[in-house]
Structure formats: structure tokens, C-alpha cells
Design a protein around this ligand. Sequence first.
Ligand SMILES: Nc1ncnc2c1ncn2[C@@H]1O[C@H](COP(=O)(O)OP(=O)(O)OP(=O)(O)O)[C@@H](O)[C@H]1O
Ligand SMILES: [Mg+2]
Length: 616
Amino acid sequence: MTDDHSPIPAVEGFRGAAALVRAMARFGRKRLAIALTFLVLGNVTEGVSILLLLPILTLAGQGSSDYAIDLGGRHLFGQPLPDVSIGLEVLLGAIVLLVALQAAFNRVKAVYLSDLLQDFANSTRAGLFSAVASARWETVVRMRRADLEHALTGEIDRITFSGFVSLSLIQILVGLVIYFVLCLAVSVPMTLFAFGFGLVALLLLKPYRKLAERYGHKIQTARTVQARLVSEFITGLKTARSMNQEPHHVAQFERTLDGTKADAHDYARRNALGNGLFQVALAIGAAAFVLLSLRFVGLEMSQMLVLLVILMRVTPRFQGLQAQVQALLVDLPAWWRVVDLQSRLEANREGGAGFVSAPVAPPRHEILLDRVTYRHTEGSEEAALNDCTIRLPVGRATALIGASGAGKSTVADIVMGLIRPEAGRLLVDGHELTESERRGWREHLAYVPQETFLLHDTIRANLAIVAPDATEEEMHQALADAAADRFVAALPEGLDTRVGDRGTLLSGGERQRIALARAFLKRPAVLILDEATSALDWESQSRVAQALARRAGEMTVLTIAHRPSMVAFADHVYSLEAGRVVEEGPMADLLRKTDGHLSRMFAHEASEPARLRLAQ
Ligand SMILES: Nc1ncnc2c1ncn2[C@@H]1O[C@H](COP(=O)(O)OP(=O)(O)OP(=O)(O)O)[C@@H](O)[C@H]1O
Ligand SMILES: [Mg+2]
């Protein structure tokens, strides 16, 4: 996989948060609407219960023993209230009722928001997962595996956190609007003063939001680097340890950790200063508020007390707004990274957007690479395949030989429709496969590479992936054809033995044989073996070759190998050199050519032991 770290798109503070909220709303619009409704109801009931304190506070110091509250002569939002008197018990009862209602509304809101958040995180992850699964092979292969793994596993917590913070922001904003309206009911000038002060303070804190944004990008990059280091270290652990390279890896990792710590320290220091300044500014605002309302606006003490109670709820909300936006900005790059990866993968979806896989009939005559040219890297001078014509007649075995790097695996990728020729065509019975037929085409294929892939499960489960309905008998036959029957029978639990993480409890050759058996079990129309027996002893290799020869006519086989035994059973041979076909013909004809590539390969293998003995 090649390096591909595109810059994370720059997003500005509140706009980034808004984009995230829109994304959440896209698939949970109804739930978000319900949650917001209950959020508003919760805030309104809370606010009204506070407003009810106003008449109660007017009782203070009155010395009346009936504690009845006269509404006559009072105003709310400029409207006179009816001339009635309410008992203190009724008022207190109303407050308790409102608080109970508020608790009930909050409960509904919390459940809806939690579901929304969970679905958002899941759909983000599932969306990326399926984008990786359905993107064109060229696109996936150019991305770094560690980046994809990190995006799918490591980033998701930060995305969930961002979603949570966005929802908190909505709650805070809704709360502020409601309190704004309620405050207006008590005093218009003082409300404008208090909220105006809060807004100005928020505007002045923009540099601190920029700081959070920069820090977010820094830790995003650091985490990506760390994920890559971890992935490389774990993948190459055996090699690293065998060459005493662990200290180098550990030191490299520690350096990135130190860098992260220094960034975190710097951010925490500056951020604390910003928060402190904000806190002081809000305290100055509150002091000015009290002074203004008593000395200049002439509010009654009871009104002032209620406004103060409301302000005690509004101030933390302003503080929360700033703190939550900053927290969001720190974690938002994780979401942008996933969105960016996903959109690049989706733009390169195999078959294009809205693709529906079209069924393809198995080949009846031949598969043809017709003058195919392919470059792994766009614009590079060297083509991995250059004007190659290779014919795979149905029911026959065709061998592909050539030095390392000659282009053999690239041919296999073309045949599988994983990559598209830059020039030339892949024809199946004369028909060029369309993009939407590539998946359908692969239904007929089985591919066994040198690097096998086994699930961390039993041998039986590993075989059953391709043929869930296979009988025990069919499994044993496939194992026998892959020369795996004896070693599997000797395992303590036979077919039910677990193979370990990626098959690490088996030897390299044993893994290859299970992978071969799996391919045989699929009974594919086309079998592609890309150095699939490279780790096998000569005896096992010749058993596999015999099985393939026995199945001649049943399948179309493309065998790519460096050893004669895995080539000898082929009917036809192509020899590649630097991406070009330099020799081709029926096996028997090519073997007769004394100076041909194939005959040299066979002669070399036969004479190698003798030459080595001579050299001693
Ligand atoms: N993903 C890739 N990106 C860039 N270049 C690549 C990629 N895969 C292969 N190549 C290059 O393309 C050429 C052909 O590679 P290919 O894997 O087809 O060779 P091969 O004949 O299968 O070799 P081997 O016998 O070593 O497996 C090589 O020069 C290789 O370096
Ligand atoms: Mg290869």
C-alpha cells in the first residue's frame, strides 16, 4: 500500500459543528425532531418553574400570614395578568409538577438522542466499511492499510464523542434561546445587556477556538502516524525481534508519544488561560449586571433575584458553548478524515455509483487478455504489462512463468477484473466485461495467492466460507487434492482444530494447503494459482499437481509458478519478461526448444543439485 495522506479539509469552528449536526440529522431527522421537541419542552418547563419564583419572592418580608399572591397589577411580556389571587401551596405544587414534567421530558429526549448518536456512529463505521469493500481495487491498494484500520476502529470513539458534543451544543443553544425569551419577560434592557455581553465574550474567544482547531489537526496527524507505526511494528514483529530492531521501533514510537504530550501540554496551558479569562469576563458581566439593574434600571429586588437565578443558568451555558465547541474542534478532524476517506472510496466505487451487480455466465470457450497494457502508478514510465495477449482456453491449464517482477501477478489481477487495463481488453467468450459484471464474473473464480489468508477459526469454518453447504466428504476430498488430508487427520481435533490468528498456528505450507483445499471446494470455473504452492515440499507439490491434472477439463486453470512441478501439468505456457510476452506455446513444443525460457527453467531445476555439488 502506498502513502496517501490527503490533507484534512479545513473546517471553521461552528461551521464544522453544523456540518456534523446536518450529517446526523440526515439519517435521524425524525428522531432529532422528537428529541428537540422534548428538549424545548424540558427547557420551557424549567424556565417557567423559575419564573414562578418571582411571585413567591415578592412575599419575602411582607409579614402576611395567608401567603396569598395577588396577580393583579402585574405584567408578563407587557401584558397585564388577571386580577386573581393564588395560594402559596398551589404555586409550590405547580413548581413541583413542572419539575416532574421536566424530568419526564428530559428522559424521552435523552433516549432519543442516545439512539441517534449510536446510529450515527454505527452508520459512519458501516458506511466506511462497505465503501472499502466496494471500491475499485486500484483505489484501495493505494491507501495505507493502517489508515483504513485506524479509521474503522481507532477514530470511531472520537466520532461518537464529536456527535455527543454536537448534540450538547444544540441543547445549549436551544436552552439559551428559551432563557432569552424568559428573561425578556422580566426585563428587556437587562436581558439584552446580559446576552449581548455573553455574545461579545464568545466572539472575543475566537482565537482560542482557532487554537483548538490547530490542536485537533495536530493530534489527528499524530494519531495517524502512531497507527501506522503500530501496524508496521506488529506486522513485522518477528523480523524486528530476530534482528534486534525492537529498540528502534520503541524509540520511534516514544518520540511520537512525546510529541503528542508536548502538544497536549501546550494546548492545555493556553486553553486554561482562555477559560480563565472567560470566567473573569463573565464575573465582571454579572457584577455590572447587578449594579446596572439596581442602580439604573430600578428593578425590584424580587425581579433581580429571578434574573440572577436565570443568569446562573445562562452563564454556564455560555461557558459550555465555548468549551464544547473547543472540544468538538479537537475531535472533529477524525470525522472529516473518515468522511474524506469514504467519499474518495465511494467516488471510486467498482461499477460506479448506484451500481447493481449483473450476473455473468461461466466462460464456455476462452478468457482473453487482448493486447493489455497496465501501469500500477499513473504516469510512470514502466508499464507492469505492455501489450500482452494471453489466452486461457476453457477447461485447460495455462502456465505463466517469468522472473520476479515480470508482471505475472498483474495478469492474475486483470483476469480477476480487480484492475482495469489501461489499453486493451479482458474478453470472456469475446465479450468485454463491463464494470457492473466484474463482481458477477468473480463468482466463477477461485484465487490462491502465495500469501494465504485464513480466519482465526477452525479449519472447517475456513473451508466453509466458500461452500457453506459442503459435506464432510467433499471437504475431505478437497483436503486430499490439496495434499492436506494427512496433516489435518493428524491434528488433535482434525477439521475442528483452530488455526490461530491469520493461521499462525499452522506452518506456511500447511496454511497454503488449507487455502488450496478451500479453492478446490468452491469448484470454480476458473482457478488462479499465484505461487500457491511456493511453501510446499516437493512431494506435496507433486500431489497437488497430480490432483490438478486429474481435474483437467473440469476447470480452467491459470498457474503462476517458479517451480517446474506446478507448471508441468499445463497445456500451454506463456513466459513474461518486463511486462511483455517473450515466449508462448504448447508445453510440449516449448520443452523441445533447447534455449527457450521454459526449457531453461526445467533444465536449471534438474541441474541445480549437481551444480551445487560440483561447486563444493
Ligand atoms: N501496487 C503496486 N504499485 C506499484 N507497482 C507495483 C504494484 N504491484 C506491482 N508493481 C510493480 O509491477 C511490476 C509487476 O509486478 P507483479 O507483481 O505483477 O510481478 P510478478 O511477476 O508477479 O513478480 P513475483 O514473481 O515477484 O511475484 C513490478 O515491477 C512491481 O514492482
Ligand atoms: Mg507475483
